[in-house]
Design a protein around this ligand. Sequence first.
Ligand SMILES: NC(=O)c1ccc[n+]([C@@H]2O[C@H](COP(=O)([O-])OP(=O)(O)OC[C@H]3O[C@@H](n4cnc5c(N)ncnc54)[C@H](OP(=O)(O)O)[C@@H]3O)[C@@H](O)[C@H]2O)c1
Length: 344
Amino acid sequence: MTPLSTTISQKRVLLVKPIEGSKPDRSHFRTVSVTEPVPELVDNAVLVKNLIFSLDPYVKPADYTAIDGSPVVGFGIATVVKSKNDEFPVGAILFGPLHWEEYTVLDQMALAEGFRLDQALDRDVPLSVYNGILGLTGLTVWDSLNFVGNLKAGETIYISSAAGTLGQLAGQLAKRKGLRVIGSAGSDEKVAFLKSELGFDGAFNYKTQDKRQALTELVGEKGLDIYYDLVMDDTLDVALELLNAHGRIIGIGALSVHQGQAPYAPKNLMALIEKSLRYEGYMVYERFDQLEAFWKELTPLVKSGEIKSGETLVQGSIEDLTETYLKFLNGGYTGKVNIEVAKN
Ligand SMILES: NC(=O)c1ccc[n+]([C@@H]2O[C@H](COP(=O)([O-])OP(=O)(O)OC[C@H]3O[C@@H](n4cnc5c(N)ncnc54)[C@H](OP(=O)(O)O)[C@@H]3O)[C@@H](O)[C@H]2O)c1
């Protein structure tokens, strides 16, 4: 699109059948070419050029009622090219819910799910890092550990999906606070990475090892104090069994549900009463007021390499989104995965 264009010709990925309750595969997605008039913006809306898409375990359609399919909504970084919103002028860079296409209109409701990045950007840090460890996922981990986890040196924390975006940061931040850190991941390579690169005290392969046995052995006599749950599967029962008195379960993610399983209902909830446990959910969208404090603390640690961001940045186009996404969902990458489709 040039400034004088009256139309936008672009590629777009559609969700063509419901994704809830199933594991996404190729049949859920279709990439189309469209030519449309440059949209007239309603008040407070902006038109953005999409730069770097974040691949996350959950995507949704822009319109659940569209019969022929609706654009996939995922998060990412974009720059404003047309604006009727003073807080997001032309040239501003933002993180928000983008459609899987080259240009997207974001109204006020969509903008409220994201935030402006310009003021936070540090030139020594690649822009893509603001999709992960210095973005919403990083804020989620930092804030949930501080304000829900109430971590104490010497305690033991177990993190499921530990080699994923949130898991890697959770492990590193917990180690910095003096905790004993245990994680699980879906391949031996990831397990080795957690121990050798990120300093986890223990880790196991949840696909090839018995979870109860592996976790019981790793926590040992000291038991478990915190379960950082990114998965919401039957590991909850094991955690409830192993948690010490006044232990905490921090409910953050539901990877098993994104993969088509029903949300898991723990069986031994008596343990909550008997051991005075706390099971608390967390939602980052209520916590954007913590962004300044988060950036202030985390940016120097990421820049110095004290915190590793473990990112894969795929160079591609809208047409590569589906395949890269499916590979990501199937555990084909370690850590945060981004796909850059345009330069700023
Ligand atoms: N509460 C909040 O405010 C908030 C904010 C951000 C994200 N989240 C949630 O946090 C969770 C983790 O997000 P993330 O970005 O860090 O994802 P992620 O861990 O990077 O997700 C991809 C990885 O998940 C693992 N995985 C997939 N299915 C699994 C299963 N059934 N059991 C265990 N591991 C599985 C795979 O690795 P393996 O090879 O190890 O299987 C895959 O590589 C998601 O549910 C996300 O929606 C919540």
